[in-house]
Design a protein around this ligand. Structure first.
Ligand code: SAM
Length: 272
């Protein structure tokens, strides 16, 4: 491990905050040291001073993106928080008309969330014979996770919670040396529009959504960032549309423009 002095820590934590609004508090200092020491070794450097100098001089911003990637949490899995997918089925799909539904996974990570949404829709269509007119969007600040998401390849253990008969309709199993891997079928991957969005940008080039999944992302933001983001997202949800948060997240004290209608499920209040 390399030694991270106060000036270097402040530079890194300030730069990450300015870019992604991810709060690298003093408690996260050991994490910065361990994750970036690995990167410093990969670059064949021998100190944080050298690395910070490189970060400042590197023009493309790619190294900075790698740094943010290495310090953020990308954990996700298929059908995480299953009640959200029950809600999608019973309150959104069953009530959907002919108009196009738009669903956005706004901190999509490696794609398990958007594919769980899509599998829920496909299963609903299969069971009812109905066709849902839907546009699916998945975005993240990290290009690396989006690249993985758009490949749709996972470890077999990642899909353990998906009932096997359901799984077989949407996922291919690897063979030979890939026998521990599964791959989401191409026809599903092709249904998702992947793109990069920093949620803390002031505007997004997006239409209004019926449902936004914003799960397990705002937990990393401070209060003011959360307030700003939630008020911005209000403009990207249709009146009566839904915002879904992660299990330990809440809009309490952040916005009065949404009402809580289920466990971490909010409905947008008010007309346009
Ligand atoms: C823990 S994962 C959540 C994945 C999925 N939503 C779930 O609940 O399983 C958090 C994701 O938020 C993304 N993220 C963090 N800051 C972001 C920002 N400012 N804009 C967009 N995405 C961000 C991270 O890159 C990461 O992939």
């Amino acid at each position: 491990m390399f030694v991270l002095n106060d000036r270097e820590y402040e530079y890194i934590s300030r730069a990450v905050y300015d870019y992604a609004k991810i709060n690298l508090t003093e408690q996260k200092r050991p994490l910065i040291v361990s994750r970036l020491s690995k990167r410093i070794r990969e670059l064949k450097m021998n100190s944080f001073a050298q690395y910070v100098k490189y970060l400042k001089e590197e023009q493309t911003g790619r190294e900075f993106e790698l740094l943010v990637d290495s310090l953020s949490t990308n954990f996700s899995h298929f059908f995480r928080e299953p009640h959200h997918f029950d809600f999608l089925r019973h309150e959104v799909l069953e009530k959907a008309g002919r108009e196009q539904l738009t669903i956005w996974s706004a901190a999509a990570s490696t794609g398990q969330e958007i594919y769980s949404i899509l599998i829920t829709i496909k299963e609903y269509e299969r069971e009812t014979g109905r066709k849902i007119n839907v546009r699916l969007l998945a975005s993240d600040i990290s290009r690396k996770v989006l690249e993985a998401a758009s490949k749709g390849v996972y470890q077999e253990r990642d899909v353990e919670k998906v009932p096997r008969p359901v799984l077989e309709n949407y996922i291919l199993r690897g063979t030979g040396e890939k026998s521990k891997l599964v791959k989401v079928k191409k026809e599903l991957v092709d249904k998702v529009n992947f793109f990069r969005i920093n949620l803390n940008d002031k505007i997004y080039r997006l239409q209004k959504m019926d449902v936004i999944f914003l799960r397990n992302a705002i937990i990393y933001f401070d209060h003011d960032t959360k307030v700003e983001l939630i008020n911005r997202l209000h403009n990207y949800i249709k009146p009566g549309g839904f915002l879904i948060l992660g299990h330990s997240e809440s809009l309490s004290g952040l916005s009065d423009k949404f009402e809580l209608i289920g466990k971490t499920i909010y409905r947008r209040i008010g007309d346009d």
